[in-house]
Design a protein around this ligand. Structure first.
Ligand SMILES: Nc1nc(=O)c2c([nH]1)NC[C@@H]1CN(c3ccc(C(=O)N[C@@H](CCC(=O)O)C(=O)O)cc3)C=[N+]21
Ligand SMILES: [Mg+2]
Length: 300
């Protein structure tokens, strides 16, 4: 078997076009231009690339992006002050604090300072709770991208065994929460999974992953998923982004696994571009929610 390669790049491009049209209509109705503020601390080269991609994607979709660069020696207190300003700025709708932050910074404290209404990463406890309860305000960008790609290719997963490797707050945990729901708006066939969430302490990892109908790798370790860990005819989603000798690779040993799987995502060109498209979606949603809030206040 040779796997279908799931094209995240073209799927993301289609989604961005749809979002751009919605932004256009939104502006025609006389609303404010959706604006994302991205906070980048220090000079991590990978973060520079992501943030630049996000900026470019925003502009192409008709949104504003405001990049706020801070030196690596910025203090936690200074970031808290910056976030208070952005929270209070009515021209800023979405706020993203690019991770990882320098080790000297209290990351949790900084993330907690982002207003839940502007939290386009869906990291805030309130937004995580709403998602767990099946009534999300924002869908987390990378997990949302995974589901959008499965929807695009008609790869239904209701009742299937989805095995996620990696329990991060940015991918593994929220994706598990999404896939287990009854319906998040993609239809019940793109929900209702039987989800197993694995991590570094899981015993017999390969025995579990071999039972996966859909296997998601989200750890950040090259070649973590080898062919012996994959069921014939399964769907393999590689969320890993690793730089090896200046080359970008995922967490999956791609060539041997692609000979077993029915469908597989490449790296690059898989989930990464979808993450950015879903960030644009959340920025538009943020702008719409804040316009509603303003209207409610005026009607008081
Ligand atoms: N607050 C926060 N939110 C994030 O969503 C967030 C973050 N911090 N920190 C870092 C991770 C990683 N991430 C990626 C986004 C796009 C690509 C992407 O577009 N990748 C391209 C290749 C890009 C390249 O060439 O480096 C691809 O896979 O084809 C990758 C990774 C978002 N993250
Ligand atoms: Mg820290």
């Amino acid at each position: 078997m040779t796997a279908t390669v799931l094209d995240g790049k073209s799927t993301a491009s289609d989604l961005r076009e749809t979002i751009a049209e919605e932004v256009h209509q939104w502006l025609e109705q006389g609303h404010a231009r959706p604006t994302l503020a991205a906070v980048l601390v220090g000079d991590d080269p990978a973060s520079q690339v992501y943030v630049r991609n996000k900026e470019r994607a925003c502009e192409k979709a008709g949104m504003h992006s405001r990049l706020i660069r801070k030196p690596a020696d910025t203090t936690t207190a200074q970031l808290l002050e910056l976030l208070q300003e952005l929270n209070g700025d009515p021209a800023v709708h979405g706020i993203l604090v690019q991770l990882p932050l320098p080790a000297s910074i209290n990351t949790q404290q900084v993330l907690d300072a982002v207003s839940p209404l502007k939290d386009v990463d869906a990291f805030a406890p309130e937004n995580v709770g709403l998602l767990v309860q099946g009534r999300p305000r924002y869908l987390p960008c990378t997990p949302h991208g995974v589901i959008q790609l499965l929807v695009k290719y008609g790869l239904e997963f209701a009742g299937k065994h989805v095995v996620i490797v990696g329990r991060s707050d940015i991918v593994g945990k929220p994706l598990a929460n999404m896939m287990v729901q009854r319906d998040l708006g993609f239809g019940p066939q793109f929900a209702n999974a039987t989800v197993t969430l694995c991590h570094s302490q899981s015993e017999n990892l390969a025995a579990i992953t071999r039972t996966a109908d859909v296997l998601v790798a989200a750890v950040g370790r090259p070649c973590l998923i080898t062919a012996d860990m994959v069921k014939l005819g399964s769907i393999v989603i590689d969320v890993g982004i690793n730089r090896v000798n200046d080359k970008l690779v995922g967490d999956v040993d791609y060539t041997p696994v692609s000979e077993l799987a029915a469908a597989i995502t490449p790296v690059p060109g898989g989930i990464g571009p979808l993450t950015i498209a879903m960030l644009l979606r959340n920025t538009l949603t943020a702008c719409q929610l804040q316009a509603q809030g303003q209207q409610a206040k005026q009607q008081g």
